[in-house]
Design a protein around this ligand. Structure first.
Ligand code: SF4
Ligand code: SF4
Ligand code: SF4
Length: 312
């Protein structure tokens, strides 16, 4: 299930001011590093050099040689992509990492028991383990703001309009139009997030191409989660189900030895279940391809497909 909503990042407009990075920390009350040496000077404007349990979004800086006389900066956005094919959800046996009914991926820290499988499974190294409380953490897509009719804090703070928010299909159309505008000056421009990981809740316009903005060119779920996802199709319903459970148990049992059979991930409805029932009581019974997945807008209210608005 692709996210019905999306953040649009236009790297061609980004100035690297890091307003979004600060807004994310501020809204989510994420503390700055306090100990001397926790955030050492790296010799670039990029800081910190990777996300942590207390930094869920950062802007990356790379130098690009435009021609022999000119160098410019290419910016990247390092935060959760809210993937449709989300291995972090597939491997989470506690149900902490789950898909919200708007299709974005949420990590419920109250359910996280710190196994770090999501940390290992994410192809983008997004979830970070915090030894402050022994839990994994990542961007929440500002669910609390969405539920109150607000846009994500990062988007709200961007002074130059490099971030936008709305219905995913609108953001994709906007990205394609912008890429066409940029094409004469930036022949390598790419729109990233439309197909990668079956589609993402973050769409990026990358003038110099994905790699030059530090995006993973061909992201793949780890082999074990791909095998697990393929089992039902390969095996057929009976034996296949048993194999799927075995694979899930294998994944759930690695590392800590902890297994919690109560929680399962329903691959057809793409929701995390507790005792066979979706954990989110409001989760619609969504089958991939049905239009119901676009029916929840940013305010949590019912809306017709495509009616999601960029509410401030
Ligand atoms: S970017 Fe990583 S943490 Fe975010 S949804 Fe995708 S797999 Fe999960
Ligand atoms: S959506 Fe919210 S939590 Fe995610 S990066 Fe933006 S401000 Fe941070
Ligand atoms: S606030 Fe906007 S311009 Fe500033 S770094 Fe973030 S995306 Fe770029």
């Amino acid at each position: 299930m692709a996210s019905s909503i999306a953040i649009l990042f236009d790297a061609s407009k980004c100035t690297g001011c890091k307003g979004c990075q600060v807004a994310c920390k501020s809204w989510n009350q994420l503390p700055a590093p306090l100990d001397f040496g926790d955030a050492p000077f790296s010799g670039t404007y990029e800081s910190p050099m990777e996300n942590t349990g207390d930094t869920w979004l950062r802007i990356t800086f790379d130098e690009i040689e435009v021609d022999e006389n000119r160098v410019t900066l290419s910016f990247g956005r390092d935060a959760c992509k809210h993937c449709s094919d989300a291995p972090c959800v597939s491997v989470c046996s506690s149900g902490a990492c789950h898909r919200a009914h708007n299709g974005t991926i949420v990590l419920d820290e109250s359910k996280c028991f710190g196994c770090q499988y999501c940390v290992a499974a994410c192809p983008f190294k997004v979830p970070k383990f915090s030894d402050r409380d022994n839990k994994a953490k990542k961007c929440s897509f500002c669910q609390d703001r969405l539920q109150n009719g607000l846009t994500p804090a990062c988007r709200k703070s961007c002074p130059v309009g490099a971030l936008d928010f709305g219905a995913r299909k609108d953001m994709m159309a906007k990205a394609q139009r912008r890429a066409l505008e940029l094409m004469p000056d930036f022949p390598n421009v790419e729109v990233y997030g439309v197909t990668q990981m079956d589609g993402m809740g973050v769409i990026s316009i990358l003038p110099f191409g994905a790699a030059e903005h530090r995006e993973t060119v061909n992201p793949q779920a780890p082999l074990m989660t791909r095998i697990e996802n393929a089992l039902p199709a390969i095996a057929g319903v009976g034996v296949l189900g048993a194999l799927g459970v075995t694979a899930a148990a294998f994944i759930g049992g690695r590392g800590s030895g902890y297994t919690e059979e109560q929680y399962t991930y329903d691959k057809v409805r793409r929701v995390t279940c507790d005792g066979g029932k979706p954990m989110d009581p409001d989760a619609p019974i969504v089958k991939v391809g049905l239009k119901t997945e676009n029916k929840v807008n940013a305010k949590g209210a019912e809306a017709k497909e495509g009616e999601v608005k960029s509410n401030d």
